[in-house]
Design a protein around this ligand. Structure first.
Ligand code: FES
Length: 344
């Protein structure tokens, strides 16, 4: 790798078959190195990743995440915890999940300083609006990571905002240690500790109290996100000002099949059989396309739709974006028409 440049390699398909043909990909991999590791809460590590030669990394805005490629072909998404700044490193925060299938467990237990990791370019479906308005940020547990990035950025910009952070116990509250490597803006922070308050944070009350012109952001466990969505709709907040990020899919993938996918740039057509997703049909045909979560929550497989109506099943696109039918997530969404033409 030369000074000031990044070594990039074309992303492979973590779950693909042998010798697949690569379809057009939007993404490269960055070859990074662990620059620092800090324990920032119970079972939770803040991991700093940078280029081995200190090169500047690709830019991002708060709310972005990166795919981290782990041994054994696992790919996991982690939000970036601090604003881009000079972009000499990416900070991710990983909590060891008791039900981990290897991703968070490996990162917390096995990862060491100096170790190499491949990561994808930052992607963002949870974009902070930096306009001249107030913001209400709501986080639960490890969901504080993208919210911390937003809070620190709003603080830099001098924008008004409130930060509500709920945790089970005080030891779970990342970025609240005054001597830690990353600290939430104390003036804006309302910390809710379930064990000390006798219950979870009242997200609905926070949403109801938000100024009508504020942008509202939420990241945390599913019950918190559900409460946030219900309260925001009930309070009449415009959907363009409601932003949330989910860690798991709530809707089953479309696998009824029985339609044809035409790949415009590759001049090929494939039949998607019952029981298959479009991504699986591509793989069965020996074609490789970018993917990661395969649950409709990361955006890695986002593909332009040239004609036809997708059966959208992802958790990323807004109702307006779904209605526009210009892009789709091919890992989980199907087709409402007999033929779907994709920009692949
Ligand atoms: S692979 Fe993550 S949205 Fe499709």
């Amino acid at each position: 790798m030369g000074t000031g440049t990044l070594d990039r390699s074309v992303a492979g398909d973590a779950g693909g078959q042998a010798n697949p043909v690569d379809l057009p990909s939007r993404d490269d991999l960055l070859q990074l190195q662990v620059k620092s590791l800090h324990l920032v809460a119970r079972d939770t590590h803040l991991i700093e990743l940078g280029a081995p030669d200190g090169a500047t990394l690709p830019d991002y805005v708060p709310g972005a995440h990166i795919d981290v490629h782990l041994p054994g072909g696992l790919v996991r998404q982690y939000s970036l915890a601090a604003p881009a700044g000079s972009r000499k490193s990416y900070l991710i925060c990983v909590k060891r999940d008791a039900s981990s299938r290897g991703g968070s467990r490996w990162l917390v237990e096995q990862l060491r300083l100096g170790q190499a990791l491949s990561v994808g370019l930052p992607r963002n479906h949870f974009v902070l609006n930096e306009g001249q308005h107030s913001s209400v940020l709501i986080a639960g547990g490890i969901g504080i990571t993208p919210i911390a990035c937003m809070a620190l950025r709003l603080n830099q910009l001098g924008r008004p905002f409130a930060l509500h952070f709920g945790v089970r116990e005080r030891v779970d509250a990342a970025f609240t240690d005054p001597s830690g490597p990353l600290r939430l803006p104390a003036d804006a922070l309302s910390l809710h500790v379930d064990a000390e308050r006798g219950g979870v944070m009242d997200v609905a009350a926070i949403v109801r109290a938000a100024p009508p012109t504020a942008h509202l952001y939420c990241c945390g466990p599913t019950p918190m996100l559900d409460a946030f969505e219900v309260a925001a709709n009930a309070a009449g907040h415009d959907s363009s000002r409601i932003h949330l990020e989910r860690f798991s899919a709530q809707v089953d993938a479309a696998v009824t099949g029985g339609f044809t996918v035409e790949l415009a740039r590759s001049a090929r057509a494939l039949r998607v059989a019952p029981g298959q997703t479009i991504l699986e049909a591509l793989r069965s045909a020996g074609l490789s396309v970018q993917s990661s979560c395969e649950q409709g929550i990361c955006g890695a497989c986002e593909t332009r739709v040239l004609s036809g109506r997708p059966d959208h099943r992802d958790m990323l696109l807004s109702p307006q974006e779904k209605a526009a039918n210009q892009v789709m997530m091919i890992c989980c969404s199907g087709s409402l028409d007999g033929t779907l033409v994709l920009d692949l």
